[in-house]
Design a protein around this ligand. Structure first.
Ligand code: C2O
Ligand code: CU
Ligand code: CU
Length: 545
């Protein structure tokens, strides 16, 4: 067993004065002190990405809007009575992400993004994952209303099969400066269910039509594992959605947006302390507040272009980035195009919401409809990131090819979404997210300890949870969607509508949500979905009874 606290101390010692503690604007100052610049000049600090550090690729960046968008293939299930079965192999593979360069990835079925799974509401889906990677893995279906044994708890490891190097048992990190000091508290999680080579994840899919995604969730190493490619879409469809005249077939596009950086040989750069991703978790300073890249990928393609006809399209936008928050807008030659939101993380909204731009934090999904009918054939519509600068200000483009017949519409009423009624709620909980440095990221002053649930909650009982923080965090809750009740003392913000499972909490802002867990008892997680924060212990376990 590696004594990770010793490792961390050594690393911190070596960094000397670069290890800064606390204080507003810390990251901004650290960044400016280092005089870092992007390829297109100095990094423009935007509050949505303040403090996060951007890696600089060592390759000439590929040209924008030249490569075609790739839509991940949809897997065909094996029908097994009332269930759909799938098998996915996690493996090391090579993908030509940047033209002319071969990039090693970790991919579901050897591709990034992984293949898309499409489930029907109420029809159970069983996914057998086979781990042929050199490290243990855990699969989590993000947004899934999933029983605990299939939810991908961070210590429920799938160990690699024979032939892979030995791996250490899951252990509780010994955080620097924590009350337990350098002592290893609890090397093993007695509650973990560890398998070798394969594991069947069973998803009942008793949940509304929505855009879900699956990704790695291994304790301490989620950030680098997702960065290497372990992420894919999982869509849920239902009758309620199918009755709506929304754009479908090839006019419905899942868009997984991430940022990455590339080394000179085409490999993915990531400042991991342990490049093997086995022993020492965490990233080097100054990246501990979150790792950004300077290349924007949509479905694994840098700044792609997609040909569309001059009709309505449905875009299922997912921010699968480790730490980057986007502010997305659509720009046509004759002005901006409105973005009409029809769904959120957990399903369709009650009524559509029109936006000029969309702030999308890591792990959030926005289901939107855009109308290209006012754009002339031959023109380009850019999806831009108003929170980016230089290369990260662009995301992708749509080239309008021709006009076409459009029978789609966005009805004023989309789905039945229960109105929120907090008046009878008696259980209130508060969660304060506090930043630190190498391993000092806490919720209510506590580091993640998989052996110790922080509280118990009761199935079916509504509770009000309030999130506060000294830094910006995308806060995610497993098992059930929640509803945003208030933000900053006022009403919910423009991006808070509908069924949410991830909510962006700005520094010094208070966000209250209404949660109610249903159906499945067991242990589940509440955590920050900035993956660097998550890997540095900004997670808590709760038990549903
Ligand atoms: Cu998308 Cu607990 O994670
Ligand atoms: Cu989740
Ligand atoms: Cu965070």
């Amino acid at each position: 067993m590696v004594n990770r606290s010793v490792t961390r101390r050594a690393v911190l010692g070596g960094l000397g004065g670069l290890v800064l503690a606390g204080g507003a604007g810390l990251g901004v100052r650290a960044w400016q002190q280092r005089g870092a610049t992007g390829p297109d000049g100095p990094f423009q600090e935007n509050p949505l990405v303040s403090g996060l550090q951007q890696l600089k690729s060592e390759i000439p960046l590929p040209a924008r809007y030249r490569l075609p968008l790739v839509v991940p293939p949809v897997l065909t299930p094996t029908v097994d009575g009332p269930r759909d079965r799938y098998e996915i192999t996690q493996k090391v593979a090579t993908q030509e992400i940047v033209p002319g360069l071969r990039t090693q990835i970790w991919g579901y079925d050897g591709r990034f993004p992984g293949p898309t799974i499409v489930s029907r509401r109420g029809r159970p889906t069983v996914v057998r994952h086979r781990n042929e990677l050199p490290v243990p893995t855990v699969v989590h279906l993000h947004g899934g209303h999933t029983p605990a044994e299939s939810d991908g708890y961070p210590t429920d490891l799938v160990l690699p099969g024979s032939g892979a190097p030995p791996v250490p048992a899951p252990s509780v990190p010994a955080p620097l400066g924590s009350p337990s000091g350098s002592a290893h508290h609890g090397a093993h999680d007695p509650g973990a269910v560890v398998t070798t080579l394969t594991r069947d994840y069973t998803y009942p899919m008793e949940q509304p039509a929505a855009t879900l995604w699956y990704h790695d969730h291994r304790m301490d190493f989620t950030g680098p594992s997702v960065w290497r490619g372990l992420a894919g879409f999982h869509l849920v469809r239902d009758d309620e959605e199918e009755r709506l005249p929304l754009p479908g077939a090839d006019r419905e596009l899942p868009l997984m947006i991430v940022d990455r950086a590339f080394a000179a040989d085409g490999s993915l750069s990531y400042p991991a302390l342990d490049p093997d991703l086995i022993h020492t978790p965490g990233v080097q300073e100054p990246y501990t507040q979150g790792v950004l890249g300077d290349v924007t990928l949509v479905n694994g393609v840098p700044w792609p272009v997609h040909e569309v006809t001059a009709v309505r399209y449905r875009l299922r936008i997912l921010n699968a980035s480790n730490a980057r928050v986007y502010d997305l807008a659509l720009r046509a030659p004759n002005g901006p195009l409105p973005i009409v939101q029809i769904g959120s993380d957990g399903g369709l909204l009650a009524t559509p919401v029109r936006h000029d731009s969309l702030t999308v934090a890591p792990a959030e999904r926005f289901d939107v409809v855009v109308d290209f009918s006012g754009v002339k054939p031959g023109q380009l519509v850019e999806l831009v990131n108003l929170a980016g600068s230089g290369p990260t200000a662009s995301v992708m483009a749509f080239r309008v090819t021709a006009s076409a017949r459009d029978d789609s519409a966005v009805p004023d009423t989309l789905a039945v979404v229960e109105p929120v009624d907090p008046s009878s709620v008696t259980v209130h909980r508060a969660f304060d997210f506090h930043r630190g440095t190498m391993y000092g990221w806490t919720i209510n002053g506590q580091y993640f300890d998989p052996t110790a649930p922080v509280f118990d909650t009761t199935l079916g009982t509504a509770e009000i949870w309030t999130f506060t923080s000294d830094y910006h965090h995308p806060v995610h809750v497993h098992l059930s969607s929640f509803r945003v009740l208030s933000r900053g003392g006022g009403p919910p913000g423009p991006y808070d509508a509908g069924l949410k499972d991830t909510v962006f909490v700005n520094g010094a802002e208070k966000v209250s949500v209404l949660v109610r867990f249903t159906d499945y008892p067991g242990r589940f997680l509440l955590h920050c979905h900035n993956l660097e924060h998550e890997d540095m212990a900004m997670m808590a376990t709760f038990r549903v009874r």
